[in-house]
Design a protein around this ligand. Structure first.
Ligand SMILES: [Zn+2]
Length: 217
Protein backbone atom coordinates (compact mmCIF):
# COMPACT_ATOMS: atom_id res chain seq x y z
CA UNK A 1 0.00 0.00 0.00
CA UNK A 2 1.10 3.44 -0.78
CA UNK A 3 1.86 5.53 2.17
CA UNK A 4 0.54 8.98 1.95
CA UNK A 5 2.62 11.50 3.73
CA UNK A 6 0.37 12.84 6.42
CA UNK A 7 1.26 16.17 7.75
CA UNK A 8 0.01 16.74 11.22
CA UNK A 9 -2.96 19.03 10.97
CA UNK A 10 -1.67 22.13 12.61
CA UNK A 11 -4.56 24.16 11.28
CA UNK A 12 -6.77 25.25 14.09
CA UNK A 13 -10.39 25.40 13.11
CA UNK A 14 -11.56 28.93 13.39
CA UNK A 15 -15.24 29.73 13.15
CA UNK A 16 -16.18 32.22 10.50
CA UNK A 17 -16.95 35.41 12.30
CA UNK A 18 -18.68 38.36 10.80
CA UNK A 19 -17.22 41.70 11.75
CA UNK A 20 -18.89 42.99 14.86
CA UNK A 21 -20.23 39.59 15.77
CA UNK A 22 -19.52 38.10 19.15
CA UNK A 23 -17.42 34.97 19.04
CA UNK A 24 -19.40 32.22 20.68
CA UNK A 25 -17.60 29.29 22.19
CA UNK A 26 -18.69 25.92 20.83
CA UNK A 27 -21.07 24.71 23.54
CA UNK A 28 -20.47 20.97 23.36
CA UNK A 29 -16.73 20.53 23.08
CA UNK A 30 -14.73 20.39 26.22
CA UNK A 31 -11.94 22.90 25.82
CA UNK A 32 -8.70 20.98 25.57
CA UNK A 33 -6.47 23.56 27.09
CA UNK A 34 -8.09 26.15 29.28
CA UNK A 35 -5.02 28.28 29.39
CA UNK A 36 -6.01 30.69 32.13
CA UNK A 37 -3.72 33.66 32.43
CA UNK A 38 -3.53 36.44 34.98
CA UNK A 39 -2.91 40.13 34.41
CA UNK A 40 0.77 40.59 33.71
CA UNK A 41 1.38 37.08 32.41
CA UNK A 42 3.60 37.04 29.34
CA UNK A 43 1.60 35.60 26.44
CA UNK A 44 3.67 36.47 23.39
CA UNK A 45 5.71 39.08 21.61
CA UNK A 46 4.66 41.81 19.23
CA UNK A 47 6.86 40.18 16.58
CA UNK A 48 4.66 37.09 16.70
CA UNK A 49 1.22 38.61 17.18
CA UNK A 50 -0.91 41.68 16.85
CA UNK A 51 -2.14 42.41 20.36
CA UNK A 52 -5.92 42.66 20.66
CA UNK A 53 -8.39 43.04 23.48
CA UNK A 54 -7.39 42.03 26.98
CA UNK A 55 -3.68 42.51 26.35
CA UNK A 56 -1.03 45.16 26.74
CA UNK A 57 2.43 45.57 25.26
CA UNK A 58 5.51 46.44 27.23
CA UNK A 59 8.91 46.55 25.54
CA UNK A 60 7.78 44.32 22.68
CA UNK A 61 6.27 41.70 24.96
CA UNK A 62 2.54 41.07 25.04
CA UNK A 63 1.00 40.53 28.47
CA UNK A 64 -2.46 39.61 29.63
CA UNK A 65 -4.28 42.67 30.95
CA UNK A 66 -7.08 40.63 32.42
CA UNK A 67 -7.71 37.24 33.93
CA UNK A 68 -8.89 35.03 31.10
CA UNK A 69 -8.24 32.56 28.35
CA UNK A 70 -5.69 33.24 25.62
CA UNK A 71 -7.17 33.25 22.12
CA UNK A 72 -4.88 33.11 19.12
CA UNK A 73 -6.23 33.89 15.68
CA UNK A 74 -3.78 32.18 13.36
CA UNK A 75 -5.09 33.93 10.27
CA UNK A 76 -4.71 37.45 11.60
CA UNK A 77 -1.79 36.41 13.76
CA UNK A 78 -3.50 38.22 16.56
CA UNK A 79 -3.67 37.38 20.24
CA UNK A 80 -6.29 38.36 22.77
CA UNK A 81 -7.44 37.38 26.23
CA UNK A 82 -11.11 36.55 26.70
CA UNK A 83 -12.01 37.52 30.25
CA UNK A 84 -13.29 34.82 32.53
CA UNK A 85 -16.10 35.86 34.75
CA UNK A 86 -15.49 33.77 37.83
CA UNK A 87 -14.74 36.83 39.91
CA UNK A 88 -16.01 36.69 43.48
CA UNK A 89 -19.74 37.29 43.18
CA UNK A 90 -19.84 40.07 45.71
CA UNK A 91 -17.09 42.15 44.12
CA UNK A 92 -18.52 45.00 42.04
CA UNK A 93 -17.47 48.19 40.32
CA UNK A 94 -17.37 50.92 42.93
CA UNK A 95 -16.16 48.62 45.70
CA UNK A 96 -13.18 49.73 47.72
CA UNK A 97 -10.66 46.93 47.99
CA UNK A 98 -7.40 46.37 49.79
CA UNK A 99 -4.62 44.44 48.18
CA UNK A 100 -0.93 44.01 47.75
CA UNK A 101 1.10 45.29 44.83
CA UNK A 102 2.76 42.32 43.18
CA UNK A 103 4.48 44.01 40.26
CA UNK A 104 5.01 47.47 38.80
CA UNK A 105 5.41 47.79 35.04
CA UNK A 106 5.69 50.86 32.83
CA UNK A 107 1.95 51.39 32.53
CA UNK A 108 0.28 49.24 35.19
CA UNK A 109 0.75 48.22 38.79
CA UNK A 110 -0.58 44.74 39.46
CA UNK A 111 -2.51 44.18 42.65
CA UNK A 112 -3.66 41.02 44.36
CA UNK A 113 -6.94 41.89 46.02
CA UNK A 114 -7.18 40.63 49.60
CA UNK A 115 -10.40 42.10 50.94
CA UNK A 116 -13.36 44.29 50.17
CA UNK A 117 -14.31 47.22 52.35
CA UNK A 118 -17.72 47.37 53.96
CA UNK A 119 -18.66 43.74 53.43
CA UNK A 120 -17.76 42.70 56.91
CA UNK A 121 -14.13 42.90 55.78
CA UNK A 122 -14.54 39.38 54.54
CA UNK A 123 -11.57 37.86 52.86
CA UNK A 124 -12.07 37.01 49.24
CA UNK A 125 -11.71 33.28 48.90
CA UNK A 126 -10.05 33.34 45.52
CA UNK A 127 -7.79 36.38 45.53
CA UNK A 128 -8.21 38.30 42.34
CA UNK A 129 -5.54 39.92 40.25
CA UNK A 130 -6.26 43.48 39.27
CA UNK A 131 -4.36 46.35 37.74
CA UNK A 132 -3.98 50.07 38.33
CA UNK A 133 -3.27 51.81 35.06
CA UNK A 134 -0.92 54.81 35.11
CA UNK A 135 -3.87 57.04 34.14
CA UNK A 136 -5.86 55.96 37.22
CA UNK A 137 -3.27 56.64 39.91
CA UNK A 138 -3.99 60.23 40.88
CA UNK A 139 -5.46 63.47 39.69
CA UNK A 140 -2.12 64.57 38.26
CA UNK A 141 0.37 63.50 35.67
CA UNK A 142 2.36 60.42 36.63
CA UNK A 143 5.83 60.40 35.16
CA UNK A 144 7.04 57.13 36.59
CA UNK A 145 4.69 54.53 38.00
CA UNK A 146 7.57 53.24 40.10
CA UNK A 147 7.48 56.54 42.02
CA UNK A 148 3.88 55.78 43.03
CA UNK A 149 3.90 52.07 43.86
CA UNK A 150 6.36 49.34 44.73
CA UNK A 151 5.95 45.60 45.06
CA UNK A 152 4.70 44.56 48.54
CA UNK A 153 2.88 47.88 49.10
CA UNK A 154 -0.55 47.51 50.66
CA UNK A 155 -2.98 49.65 48.68
CA UNK A 156 -6.56 50.76 49.04
CA UNK A 157 -8.23 51.22 45.68
CA UNK A 158 -11.58 51.48 44.01
CA UNK A 159 -12.80 48.93 41.47
CA UNK A 160 -13.62 50.90 38.32
CA UNK A 161 -13.84 48.16 35.70
CA UNK A 162 -14.83 44.60 36.53
CA UNK A 163 -14.32 43.28 33.02
CA UNK A 164 -10.64 44.12 32.97
CA UNK A 165 -10.28 44.25 36.76
CA UNK A 166 -9.06 47.80 36.80
CA UNK A 167 -8.55 49.73 39.99
CA UNK A 168 -8.21 53.44 40.66
CA UNK A 169 -6.45 55.32 43.45
CA UNK A 170 -7.63 58.77 42.29
CA UNK A 171 -8.90 60.01 45.66
CA UNK A 172 -7.11 61.27 48.74
CA UNK A 173 -8.00 58.32 50.95
CA UNK A 174 -7.00 55.88 48.22
CA UNK A 175 -3.46 54.78 47.55
CA UNK A 176 -0.70 53.16 49.53
CA UNK A 177 -1.65 52.28 53.13
CA UNK A 178 1.58 50.60 54.10
CA UNK A 179 4.94 50.43 52.37
CA UNK A 180 8.26 48.83 53.04
CA UNK A 181 11.72 50.32 52.65
CA UNK A 182 13.19 49.02 49.41
CA UNK A 183 16.57 49.06 51.11
CA UNK A 184 15.97 47.30 54.42
CA UNK A 185 12.28 46.18 54.32
CA UNK A 186 11.33 48.20 57.40
CA UNK A 187 7.81 49.66 57.35
CA UNK A 188 8.09 53.25 56.14
CA UNK A 189 6.72 56.10 58.24
CA UNK A 190 4.87 59.01 56.74
CA UNK A 191 6.88 62.21 56.62
CA UNK A 192 4.60 64.88 55.13
CA UNK A 193 4.18 64.02 51.46
CA UNK A 194 6.90 61.37 51.48
CA UNK A 195 7.77 58.21 53.33
CA UNK A 196 10.82 57.78 55.47
CA UNK A 197 12.51 54.65 56.74
CA UNK A 198 12.94 54.85 60.52
CA UNK A 199 15.75 52.33 60.29
CA UNK A 200 18.03 53.49 57.47
CA UNK A 201 16.68 56.95 56.77
CA UNK A 202 15.82 56.28 53.16
CA UNK A 203 13.17 58.58 51.67
CA UNK A 204 10.69 57.10 49.21
CA UNK A 205 7.70 58.41 47.30
CA UNK A 206 4.32 56.79 46.83
CA UNK A 207 0.76 57.67 45.93
CA UNK A 208 0.01 57.83 49.64
CA UNK A 209 -3.47 57.31 51.03
CA UNK A 210 -4.57 59.90 53.59
CA UNK A 211 -5.08 56.86 55.84
CA UNK A 212 -1.46 55.77 55.50
CA UNK A 213 -0.22 54.04 58.61
CA UNK A 214 -3.51 54.36 60.46
CA UNK A 215 -4.65 50.84 59.76
CA UNK A 216 -8.03 52.31 58.84
CA UNK A 217 -9.48 50.67 55.79
ZN1 LIG B 1 15.31 51.30 55.32
Amino acid sequence: MEELPQEAGEEVEQPEVQPGEQIEEPPEEEPEEKNIVLPGDLIGTSEEFTPKSGTFVDKGNIYAATTGVVKINTRERSISVMPVTNVPPHLQAGDIVVGQVTDVKDSVALVEIASIKGRGEREIVNAEQAAIHVSNVKDAYVKELSSEFSPFDIVKAKVIDMRNMRLSTVNKELGVMKAYCSNCRTVLKRDNSKLKCPNCGRIETRKISSDYGTGIV
